[in-house]
Write a protein that binds this ligand. Structure first.
Ligand code: ZN
Length: 195
């Protein structure tokens, strides 16, 4: 396989890019070597060298702990639980939530063999032991697996004396948070329901 085909094949594995889009993207990069290809190479190198997983919340950032966990201005009484870093980024994009996060790394799924041990549930429970967190907001989307995970977590968290809420309905079924427009997401957070 030649170099160009190899690049097309790799790019085609990115979410949202099939083989056709990957070919177009690669051609574009090759035509814009100075303004796009070289800056992209540099940027990919930087990200590969510096980005780490936050040891506290699971976010991806250039520093560990991440900027959110280090920010003393954030409300440590609220903890928002998300399935994926993309969901955390979506909530940060709207800027209304001022607490901290816990990234689970997925949701429970009998079909995919994902149980509680495969998710960051133990670190979540440990973070609640200090008693500083008063409310846990479950932002797990409205898929069946997301709902199952929410119920499971509510059962584990409520005996620990924290208030548990979840995003209001309005989050479309099967929708990941990143696909929501800002208004819907802000509304879902504001109108969150106590469990
Ligand atoms: Zn963090």
């Amino acid at each position: 396989m030649n170099d160009i085909d190899k690049l097309i094949q790799i790019m085609g594995r990115l979410p949202g890019l099939g083989p056709r889009s990957a070919r177009r993207a690669v051609l574009h990069l090759l035509k814009k070597r100075e303004t796009l290809l070289h800056p992209l190479i540099e940027s990919l190198g930087d990200v590969a060298a510096h980005v780490k997983t936050c040891g506290i919340c699971g976010n991806l950032d250039a520093a560990d702990p991440c900027a959110i966990c280090r920010d003393a201005g954030r409300d440590t009484s609220q903890l928002c639980v998300v399935a994926d870093v993309g969901d955390l980024w979506a909530l940060e994009r709207i800027g209304t939530f001022k607490g901290r996060y816990q990234v689970l790394g997925g949701v429970l799924s009998a079909l995919d063999g994902i149980g509680p041990e495969q998710l960051a549930i133990a670190p979540l429970l440990r973070r609640l032991e200090g008693g500083e967190v008063k409310e846990v907001i479950l932002a797990l989307g409205a898929t069946v697996d997301g709902q199952t995970t929410g119920h499971y977590l509510a059962d584990r968290l409520q005996p620990m004396g924290v208030a548990v809420s979840r995003l209001a309905h309005g989050v479309p079924v099967g929708g990941e948070l990143d696909y929501l427009d800002d208004g819907t997401l802000i509304q879902a957070l504001k109108a969150r329901q106590k469990l």
